[in-house]
Design a binder for this molecule. Structure first.
Ligand SMILES: NC(=O)c1ccc[n+]([C@@H]2O[C@H](COP(=O)([O-])OP(=O)(O)OC[C@H]3O[C@@H](n4cnc5c(N)ncnc54)[C@H](OP(=O)(O)O)[C@@H]3O)[C@@H](O)[C@H]2O)c1
Length: 364
């Protein structure tokens, strides 16, 4: 049976270490976990079974394996040390019999986004970022629809627009919306992106380095590699929709606590075809995976054992191709969650009502 492996890593050190080692998670402090993670070997997490293509009936299996570094550690350590650990983790995948390796969350952000890791392994590698882009943009389109926001007239913003995921999300959204803010930290890089996107875009494109400009937007897609929250309650307009693709998250938990007039959705949740069992709780309901995992699985179902999304330059063609491959095997946008909770129709109606109230208070 064809097989894949997917590298995960702790994001919230205490919560995620507890998922595999409850005792260590309980007694070690966050700082201790960060420190000890440097010396920890790669960890076998679980076998994944029950995946079946809707189109061909082909079944595949896989494994979760963990690189012990937290995002903070991956940014602090020399990049060569991180590559070494990722290649070591990839060798574990090779020993298990995987024919392709997916790089989860921050393991695809560090350094050259998989190029060096792919060079150090016998099996091909993908970051999964092409399908992450597709699902993020689909999520924001669907969320705008349920919130009654007509996209073609809306103002949208992409935060982290100069990043590898953000850049292609901006390219796709620029055809959907009336106005698009590219938000980031470096004006030069933002201006370069605007210059390259504007000629083909339906939207008027503006650039900004200030989160305060999010107040102009009804639709926001955020995907920075920041370690801490970058979007706070005071940045957002009533009735807006925010799709948070970043891990760690970009949207502060305070937004959920104090803004009942905004829909924040977690980006990247996908339904996996077949009675899948991951044998590991990574925070999603049964049968659902992150889009980046789905890309790795879809390539395995397709028998495409090649370096697929590696490096920082994701193309629109790659996004469209993986969307077609995943779609035909039965992967679908997996509904909405907000801060790891299900978003029901009733909840959306409540947010819309609260937004209308807040908007009329502002007008009066
Ligand atoms: N949900 C999923 O399935 C999934 C899958 C893959 C990745 N991800 C997540 O997606 C995020 C981005 O990944 P990527 O590969 O696109 O990373 P990337 O290429 O390194 O881009 C990161 C972007 O974030 C910006 N940024 C970093 N720190 C910031 C800060 N403090 N304030 C504002 N902007 C900041 C960077 O700006 P500069 O250009 O100025 O450096 C850059 O535009 C990560 O959190 C990753 O874990 C999620």
């Amino acid at each position: 049976m064809d097989a894949f492996a997917f590298i995960i890593h702790p994001i919230d050190p205490k919560r995620d270490v507890s998922r595999k080692y409850p005792i260590l998670g309980k007694y070690l402090t966050e700082r201790q976990i960060d420190y000890f993670s440097t010396f920890f070997p790669p960890v076998y997490i679980s076998e994944i079974e029950g995946i079946r293509s809707e189109l061909t009936g082909k079944q595949v299996k896989g494994w979760f394996i963990a690189c012990p570094y937290t995002p903070k550690r991956m940014l602090e350590l020399p990049v060569q040390t991180v590559y070494k650990k990722l290649i070591q983790t990839g060798r574990l995948a090779e020993k298990l019999g995987a024919q392709i390796l997916g790089l989860g969350a921050f393991t695809s952000v560090v350094g050259d986004a998989g190029l060096t890791v792919a060079g150090g392994l016998k099996i091909p590698v993908t970051t999964g970022d092409s399908y992450t882009v597709y699902i993020a943009v689909e999520s924001i389109r669907k969320a705008a629809e349920v919130m009654g926001i007509p996209l073609s007239e809306a103002t949208a913003a992409v935060v982290g627009a100069t990043g590898s995921i953000g850049r292609v999300c901006a390219e796709l959204l620029a055809n959907d919306v009336g106005e698009l803010y590219l938000i980031g930290r470096r004006t030069d890089a933002l201006e370069d992106l605007r210059t390259s996107l504007q000629p083909q875009a339906h939207a008027r494109i503006k650039v900004s380095t200030s989160m305060d400009d999010l107040r102009h937007a009804q639709v926001i897609l955020t995907v920075t590699s920041a370690l801490n929250d970058v979007i706070l309650p005071e940045h957002l307009n009533p009735g807006s929709v925010v799709c948070d693709v970043a891990r760690p998250r970009d949207v502060s938990a305070k937004v959920a606590a104090v803004r009942d007039d905004i829909l924040v959705i977690d980006g990247g949740m996908v339904d996996v075809p077949g009675p899948v069992d991951f044998h590991f709780n990574f925070g999603f309901p049964a049968g659902k995976s992150f889009a980046c995992m789905a890309e790795t699985i879809a390539l395995t179902l397709e028998g495409r054992f090649e370096d697929y999304t590696v490096g920082k330059n994701i193309t629109r063609a790659q996004v469209e191709e993986i969307a077609a491959i995943a779609g035909k095997h039965g992967f679908r946008l997996g509904g909405f969650r907000s801060f790891e909770r299900e978003v029901t129709e009733e909840y959306i109606n409540k947010v819309r009502q609260n937004a209308r109230r807040a908007q009329s208070l502002r007008r009066n």
